[in-house]
Design a protein around this ligand. Structure first.
Ligand SMILES: Nc1ncnc2c1ncn2[C@@H]1O[C@H](COP(=O)(O)OP(=O)(O)OP(=O)(O)O)[C@@H](O)[C@H]1O
Length: 247
């Protein structure tokens, strides 16, 4: 059952007005096994949406379905005003979705420079490279290093940077701090927090505090369904939250 929060005195209201992404009652299957059940969500144009939930809740499946790697069996999805439900992944990327998957987000055998070049193929003339270098200066010092030899944190920075070079309208980050040394997590979180102020962002994240700091809105999934949603502050203090996140 989805519990729409309607708490008096909320600090951040549910997303209203124009949203960057509108997902309407989407379901998805692995073979005959249903993994998403009528999932609906709105991603604000700025501020960010955190997607929370314990292992196996369906977070990655939802991100893959939004990015087009998995087919939605039912439901509709709109990026801005354009329907993307039937578009293949490549066209969704061209339409403005930047996707940083949980794993395999960089080409390990290619250098940092080559990875970034791949990211900028669609927008070769943009000044996004300067912005990415300013955001992650460490990448600029490692341009000739093979991506597979970067630290976990540097690899995530490269993956985020590469996605940003396509100048997406919506950036999807599936566990951007997984495998990242604790000392670098804060730096990454700061950068993502800055990003979410200027663009639409979905962040799937195990670190609850970090997720709720980066995003203004949040939803919690359990067994393929949205079970809580609202402002990040409300979700963070919701009495049911820990029950849904406990292993
Ligand atoms: N390739 C697959 N084939 C069959 N079932 C799958 C496949 N990938 C995921 N599932 C199942 O779908 C459900 C949702 O998995 P999903 O990876 O989306 O969860 P998650 O919330 O992202 O978990 P985690 O936090 O562990 O990454 C789980 O029951 C999982 O076992």
């Amino acid at each position: 059952m989805s519990v729409a929060l309607d708490v008096v005195g909320r600090t951040v209201p549910p997303v209203r007005g124009p949203s960057a992404l509108d997902v309407q009652e989407v379901s998805a299957f692995y073979g005959t096994s249903q993994a998403l059940f009528d999932v609906s969500l709105l991603v604000p144009a700025t501020g960010g949406l955190a997607v929370l939930g314990r292992n196996g809740a369906g977070k990655t499946t939802l991100m893959k379905t939004i990015a087009g790697e998995m087919k939605a069996a039912t439901g509709r999805m709109f990026l801005g005003k354009s329907e993307i439900t039937a578009l293949p992944t490549e066209q969704r990327i061209r339409s403005g979705i930047g996707y940083v998957p949980q794993e395999g987000a960089v080409f390990a055998k290619l250098s940092v420079r080559e990875n970034l070049k791949v990211g900028s193929l669609m927008k070769p003339k943009s000044d996004a490279m300067d912005r990415v270098m300013a955001m992650f200066p460490k990448l600029g010092t490692r341009l000739d290093q093979q991506a597979g030899t970067l630290s976990g944190g540097e690899r995530k920075m490269l993956a985020v940077g590469r996605a940003l070079l396509g100048e997406p309208r919506l950036l999807i980050l599936d566990e951007p701090t997984e495998g990242v040394w604790i000392g670098v997590i804060e730096e990454l979180a700061d950068r993502l927090g800055e990003l979410s102020k200027t663009m639409a962002l979905i962040i799937v994240e195990q670190h609850l505090d970090l997720a709720l700091r980066v995003a203004t809105h949040a939803l919690v999934m359990a067994r393929g369904r949205v079970v809580l949603e609202g402002g990040a502050g409300e979700i963070g203090s919701h009495p049911e939250l820990l029950r849904y996140l406990a292993p």
